[in-house]
Structures are given as C-alpha cells and as structure tokens.
Design a binder for this molecule. Structure first.
Ligand SMILES: Cc1cc2nc3c(=O)[nH]c(=O)nc-3n(C[C@H](O)[C@H](O)[C@H](O)COP(=O)(O)OP(=O)(O)OC[C@H]3O[C@@H](n4cnc5c(N)ncnc54)[C@H](O)[C@@H]3O)c2cc1C
Length: 528
C-alpha cells in the first residue's frame, strides 16, 4: 500500500486517503493539516467512481450532464496563461474533452511577457554586474567588457518562445484542442472565436473557465504611446538601451526593471507614492533593499507622487512632490502602477467594485457553469497562484473535490539581492494583534554566503508565541526566491521553530540561515 502525504502536482490522491485531521489550535495556522493521512479501505463503490473519474468512458461527461448532451467539449478554457493552460491540462488528465482558446500565444503573460522573459533579462543583468563590478573580488580581471543590447533582448525572447512552444506540445500530449483566436462568451456554454483573419467559429462546452488575465494599467492623462510612455511589455523589447528612464511604481515589476536597466548603465529614477519600495513586503526587508539599490546607483524617490506627467520632444517630463519637489526629465517613462482586468467580450459576468470577476468558493462566477481563475479574479496577481486556482477549480468541476481558496503563497522579486516572503509580515502580524517571536540571521555570518561572495541580506522568521509555528518568513539575499519554498511548506505543515531546528540543513548552504534564524528566535543561534 502506498502512503502519500497529500495530493501532489498532477497526481490524483491514492484511493481511500482522507486528508486532514484536527488542525492545531494555533494563532497563525490557517491551513488544514495535511500530514498523517488516514487510510481507509476502498469500497467497490468508491473504486468504481474513482476509475470512472480517472478513465471515463467515451462521452462519459455527456452522459452525466443531459442538459449539455450536444456540447463539443466538457470544458472550454478562455485564455492560455498559467491559469488557462494548467487548468486545461488538468481537465485533460481527468479524461475530459477540452478546448483552450488563446488570442496571442500559449503560456500567457507569464511565459511570453512576464515572469520568464524578465527573469532571463535579469540573469543577463546579474552576470554583467558581476563581471563589471565584482570580478576583482574573485581575483579576475575583465578587460574590454561590452554587451550587445540586441542579443540581451534576443536571449530573453528565445527563452520565452521555447517555453511557449513547450506548452503547445503539452496540449497535444493531453489531447487538448488549442484554438487560436479571440473568444467571446455568447451565452453559457457557447463561445464565439474570431481568428486572426476575422473568421468566426462557434464552440460549445458544458463548462467554461475564464482565465483571460490582465493588462498593464495606464496612468490617467498619460497613456502608453509605445515610445516614451510604456508598460512592462514594451520595456522588455526596447530596440535600444535608453540613456535614462523614470519608473513610476516600486512594486516587484518596477523594481525588477529598475535593477535591469541600472545594471546596464541606464540612469534610473523610481517614483513611489508609498513610504517604501516593495510596499507589500516586510518593512525591514524593503528598507534593506532600498539601501542596496541606492548603493548600486538607482535613485529611489519613495513617499513621492507624480503631480503632472507629460511627453516632450525628447521623452517625458514629470513633476513630482512629497519627500522631494522637482521636475524629472527622461527618455522613457515606464508605468508600473498595477494592472487592469482583461474581460472577454460578450456575456457580462458579475464583478467586484474594482472590476475583477467575482467567484464563489468553487471558483464559479455569477453565471452557472462559468468559472474563473487567475489574474482576472483579482489579487494576488502571480503565476503560481493562477495555476493553483485553475487546478482547484477544475478538480472541483470534474474530480469531485472541494476546491481550496488561496491562503498561503510565496511572493518573490528577482532583483539582486533577491526578495522572497511567505505568510505574514511583522506589520500584518501586529495589526492582527498576534503575539509572536522574531528570529533573524544575517548572511554576513553564513560560511556559504561568504564563500560565494553573496553576504548581503538576512533571513527573518516570525513564530507564533504560544505554539511556536512559523507565521511569516522573509528573505533578502542571493537565492532567496529558491529558499522560500522550505518556509512555504513549513507554514502549510504548521511547522514550529523546533521542527525547523531539528531539521538538519546541509552545510555549507545558504539555507542554513533559516536554521540559524529559528535558533536565534530561541536565543541560541550558534554563529552570531
Ligand atoms: C513584467 C511581469 C513580470 C512578472 N513576473 C512574475 C513573476 O516573476 N512571478 C509571478 O508569479 N508572476 C509574475 N508576473 C505575473 C504573472 O505573469 C501573472 O500572474 C500570470 O501570467 C497570470 O496568469 P493568468 O493565466 O491568469 O493570465 P495571463 O498569463 O495573462 O494569461 C491570460 C491569457 O488569456 C489570453 N486572452 C485574454 N482574453 C482573451 C480572449 N478573449 N480570447 C482568447 N484569449 C484571451 C491572453 O492573450 C493571455 O495569453 C509578472 C507579470 C509581468 C507583467
């Protein structure tokens, strides 16, 4: 008999496994504990339905749903991003007949115009920075270091193309009909697709998943013009490196581009209305990053708002006030102030006051049979959250599972030093009136960090005072975005400082700093 600890990515739980047990009564613990699965004997009844769910006979869904007995598909997914393509594949794995309609390219914003191409650009920036400014630290001399802007951008586009092509292969493998064109929802169960030549066709589906995502938000009175006023999409394919750029908004996207352009020598100014950059992060982390980026040469105007923005012959002119009152001129303004919903045409679905599609606990919209997942249903706008929501929605539709809503999720910013967090910030924990202990460990005291020349930053952990469970984790430093996974799991499993301490972390690794931060919360870190 195989014992599994929880439903894993792409694997249906073993028969008879019942997840959950009494959750620990802890202040910060939100998730239902998934350890200690109870194994129940599988009855022939359960086995019958499990097998039908996994291997439905031809047209099985149609047999179950008489109202939609003539539908072409069990599920039509509108949008092929991390919500749409992942949801479509999951439904395909569950034996459903699925179509995914995409008007641009499979992979959505994430693979084509977001997560992946930016990370590729950021890696170029990191390598260049390292060679330009730190080669000497390693006893290396680099002479005549140059870069080819076109090739920097080209590498990012190649990586994006390769991955988008990979999704198309996955569609084939999972027998999903990938339909290129713009979908409009005519009525429940009916989608009209207009292809690039304007040719229209109609698809019918028993259920629909809307996963159309978002677009960059424009600043009122300062619209994108594709030249001097741009959004993130244009910023990653500029044909020439700008001499200077002003970035409005210091969230993850604004900061990643600030790091990228500055690394290659563009003069960067960031204007942020709120008191700190990365305002959703723990303040201590934001302040540490501000110091680091300022040292790297980026001008950060926090607590500063744009009063007037206009285009000029040479580029843009902004009048700002707050911590400083001045006029900033630059070749380009990158507006990174947030996103707006990209609603499909046709049937109106109920939205919240900010325009995000409203969904219930099953991810079903105001219209029966139409579901929503990903960025279009509102924050947090993250690829991993979008995929999680889509899987939950689809398993709720076709696998008889109760969908879970998003509670614990990591957030990452991939500048250098990197920032990653999961759970509550110290600010949020205080606002909730929680009693907690903090454990902190600087990378300056980590052997591995010193060995690899990455001693900037720290790990900061928050533990509930009563039970000692991790309620928040914050890392600033090299590889922070890789290290955060351990702490996401810790929160999901309601792990305590004791459990982190009793987990042997390999030496020498950067993740030893997590172990030490847990020890420090109890007053007995070894290396500080
Ligand atoms: C610059 C940038 C960097 C980012 N970096 C990260 C990161 O590092 N990590 C992270 O987690 N998130 C990141 N994100 C956010 C991430 O890209 C999104 O959260 C994620 O793509 C959301 O997935 P989605 O499927 O909901 O929407 P999308 O990925 O936007 O996919 C929606 C798809 O639907 C299609 N579509 C829309 N309307 C229709 C229609 N009517 N018919 C047919 N197709 C339609 C669109 O063409 C699009 O391909 C970044 C975003 C940007 C802009």
């Amino acid at each position: 008999m195989v014992l599994r600890v929880g439903p894993s990515w792409g694997v249906y739980p073993a028969p008879g496994v019942v997840f959950g047990g009494p959750p620990k009564n802890r202040v910060g613990g939100t998730p239902t504990r998934t350890r200690e699965p109870r194994m129940l004997p599988e009855s022939s009844h359960t086995r019958h339905y499990r097998l039908i769910r996994l291997h439905p006979p031809e047209n099985a869904f149609k047999m179950y749903d008489s109202k939609n007995s003539m539908a072409d598909y069990d599920l039509i997914v509108v949008g092929g991003g991390p919500a749409g393509y992942v949801g479509a594949i999951r439904a395909g794995q569950l034996g459903k007949k699925v179509a995914c309609v995409e008007m641009d390219r499979a992979g959505g914003t994430c693979l084509n115009w977001g997560c992946i191409p930016t990370k590729s650009l950021l890696k170029n920036a990191e390598v260049y920075q390292m060679m330009a400014h730190h080669a000497g630290d390693f006893g290396l001399t680099v002479e005549g270091l140059k870069f080819d802007w076109e090739k920097v951008i080209g590498r990012s586009r190649k990586v994006a193309d390769k991955l988008a092509g990979g999704i198309e292969m996955l569609f084939k493998k999972n027998k999903i009909d990938y339909i290129r064109g713009e979908a409009s929802v005519v009525k429940p169960g009916v989608v009209e697709v207009t292809d690039k030549d304007g040719k229209k066709s109609e698809l019918t589906g028993a259920k629909m998943l809307i996963a159309t995502g978002v677009v960059s938000r424009e600043m009122p009175g300062f619209p994108f013009n594709g030249k001097s006023v741009i959004g993130s999409k244009q910023a990653m394919v500029l044909s020439a490196q700008p001499k200077d750029i002003v970035i409005i908004g210091a969230g993850a996207i604004g900061i990643e581009f600030a790091y990228f352009f500055n690394a290659f020598g563009t003069k960067v100014t960031v204007v942020e209305m709120l008191p700190n950059i990365l305002p959703v992060e723990d303040t201590e982390v934001s302040v540490a990053l501000e110091k680091s980026l300022t040292k790297q040469g980026i001008r950060l105007l926090t607590g500063t708002k744009v009063d007037k923005a206009e285009t000029t012959n040479k580029g843009v002119r902004l009048t700002v006030s707050g911590k400083t009152q001045e006029t900033i001129e630059a070749e380009i303004a990158l507006v990174a102030i947030g996103v707006s919903p990209l609603m499909p045409q046709g049937l109106k679905l109920e939205t919240d006051p900010k325009g995000w599609i409203k969904t219930d606990d099953n991810y079903e919209t105001s219209v029966k049979g139409i579901y929503g997942a990903g960025d279009i249903i509102g924050p947090p706008w993250l690829a991993h959250v979008a995929s999680y929501e889509a899987i939950q929605a689809v398993e709720g539709m076709f696998a008889g599972k109760k969908p879970k809503k998003v509670s614990v999720f990591p957030g990452c910013t991939y500048c250098q030093p990197q920032v990653a967090s999961v759970g509550l910030t110290e600010r949020a924990a205080k606002e909730k009136g929680l009693k907690f202990k903090v454990g902190k460990f600087p990378f300056l005291a980590s052997g591995k960090a010193l060995a690899v020349g990455e001693s900037e930053g720290f790990v900061k952990l928050l533990f509930g005072e009563k039970h000692g469970e991790v309620i928040g984790a914050h890392i600033i430093g090299a590889d922070a975005t890789e290290m955060i996974a351990e702490l996401g799991l810790a929160i999901t499993l309601e792990a305590t400082h004791e459990e982190l301490i009793s987990t042997i972390h390999a030496h020498p690794t950067l993740s030893e700093a997590i172990h030490e931060a847990a020890e420090q919360s109890q007053g007995h870190a070894i290396h500080i």
